[in-house]
Write a protein that binds this ligand. Structure first.
Ligand code: CS2
Length: 483
């Protein structure tokens, strides 16, 4: 079968939308780190729309760990299809990527970061990719940070490994060349994602050159952002669907729901991309959107993952068909989570909850609970523990909020003890705790002591230990409250 590329684009059926620009005429304005499915389905779709009116916003995709995606893009001249799955399926071809670089393309990556046309650096490297500690600040002992500081301080600097190292290397090159800064848009699910990345970048730069750190602090924008579009990983079923829609193979195809949202803190961006013209919301109050999305949508996802997998479910939609589980997660979001959110004009949380659960029930989307369960140590704090801490401070009941925490603990024990692979940057430590805990109270205590995840206020509170033991008993039954 033929393959999607610049030379076959003309043969794609008319039912599939084509780029509204000539890929050969666009320049690179964005360097993106982490071109996984979410980037290709979300940010790239916005730049693809922007390119119809402004050819300056082509993307250079940089993958810091693996070559798979960038090789697939290279083989297709950067083209790939995005399919949205609702009652009606819609597909379009995106040609926004103009360069594709892997871990061994350091010199070209650095040259791009110091290229005059580049105005934005965007990132989707997942929570763990920022090398932050439990306090949300750069972990100076993280092996990638230790290695990058040595690399960049060497008399003949080589290329860094971490995204933080790359941002600082790019800033150094721009400063040396007398070029204006780029803005950095963090597109991962963390509260205050821009603020955290800014602080981490400056902390890193301070270890190299305080003048550089000051220059970054003074001139670089790191707007906070909220990103949203449910994007199941591309599987064989989707590759086949894409091939049927396109009449040819597409090794970089992505799928998502039709809904998509990108909220960016309203600060001036170099090059002034007209992002609001393509549906991006610019607001001073991005924190309220972020918090609502992380705690309601991502929080509910994690509940469904840790409780749903143990109940035999595979996808989010399957888990939402489980009556007691759906009732529980809806009650948690509508009562426990919303109570911790500050009312914000224009954000109707009850309606937002309705929309989220309707999206979770989308029968056309096969979103694996396993995918959501990965990296729990990085996700639990922002998704569940922040809500739990706020609920506790407000004197509200927390028994329901302890269920996903207990569910995650049981998931860690079941996965590691059952011979499965725990996908988590703390996997070794978590597996050791699970393997050496003689009983449930010891498992609870051991995991609560992982300071990268749990604040001391929770780990030292006997009521939390008891509450988690009760929550585990409740998970053994049919989720009904005790008594
Ligand atoms: C999910 C998110 O994988 C996960 O942990 O909760 O990727 C979620 O689908 C997106 O944030 C939706 O915008």
């Amino acid at each position: 079968m033929r393959q999607l590329s610049a030379s076959t684009l003309g043969d794609v059926p008319a039912t599939v939308a084509r780029p509204r620009y000539d890929p050969a005429t666009i320049s690179i304005g964005v360097v993106h780190f982490g071109p996984g499915a979410f980037h290709r389905a979300h940010q790239a779709a916005y730049f693809d729309a922007l390119l119809a009116d402004d050819p300056r916003w082509g993307i250079a995709a940089v993958s810091l760990r693996t070559r798979g995606v960038v090789d697939a893009l290279a083989a297709q001249d950067g083209l790939y299809s995005l399919t949205t799955l609702e009652e009606a399926t819609a597909a379009r071809v995106i040609a926004a990527h103009r360069a594709w670089l892997g871990p061994d393309d350091g010199a070209r990556t650095l040259a791009l970061l110091a290229q005059q046309t580049v105005h934005l650096v965007t990132t989707t490297v997942t929570e763990k990719g920022y090398c932050l500690g439990g306090d949300g600040r750069l972990d100076m002992h993280h092996p990638d940070i230790v290695s990058d500081l040595a690399t960049l301080a060497a008399p003949v600097p080589a290329f860094p490994r971490s995204v933080i190292g790359w941002i600082v290397a790019g800033a150094t090159a721009r400063r040396a060349a007398g070029l204006p800064p780029f803005a950095v848009l963090c597109c991962d699910n963390m509260p205050g994602n821009g603020d955290r990345l800014r602080a981490a970048t400056i902390a890193f730069a301070q270890h190299l050159d305080t003048g550089l750190a000051d220059w970054i602090a003074e001139h670089f924008a790191f707007p906070n952002t909220m990103v949203d579009a449910i994007t199941p990983a591309t599987d064989e079923a989707h590759r086949e669907r894409a091939a049927a829609l396109l009449g040819m193979e597409d090794a970089a195809a992505v799928q998502r729901e039709a809904f998509s949202q990108w909220v960016i803190e309203d600060m001036a961006l170099p090059g002034a991309p007209a992002l609001d013209a393509v549906g991006v919301v610019r607001t001073a109050d991005v924190a309220a959107y972020e918090r609502a999305k992380l705690r309601m949508l991502n929080g509910a996802h994690s509940v469904l993952a840790y409780l749903g997998i143990a109940r035999g479910h595979v996808s989010v939609a399957d888990a939402m068909r489980d009556g007691p589980l759906a009732t529980l997660v809806e009650a948690m979001v509508r009562q426990d989570v919303i109570a911790t959110l500050v009312p914000t004009p224009g954000l109707d949380s009850a309606r937002y909850a309705d929309d989220i659960f309707a999206r979770f029930r989308n029968p056309a989307i096969h979103h694996l609970l396993r995918q959501i369960a990965w990296d729990g140590s990085q996700k639990l704090p922002y998704r569940i523990l922040d809500t739990l801490m706020d609920a506790r401070a407000l004197g509200r009941p927390i028994d329901r909020l302890l269920l996903p925490v207990a569910g995650w603990m049981r998931f860690v024990a079941d996965t590691t003890q059952g011979g499965g692979t725990l996908v988590d940057p703390l996997a070794d430590r978590l597996a050791h705790i699970a393997a050496t805990a003689p009983d449930r109270p010891a498992l609870i205590d051991g995991l609560l002591r992982v300071e990268q995840i749990f604040p001391a206020a929770l780990a030292d509170d006997a009521a939390i230990h008891r509450g988690l033991a009760t929550a585990m008993d409740r998970l053994d039954g049919d989720l009904a409250p005790p008594g």
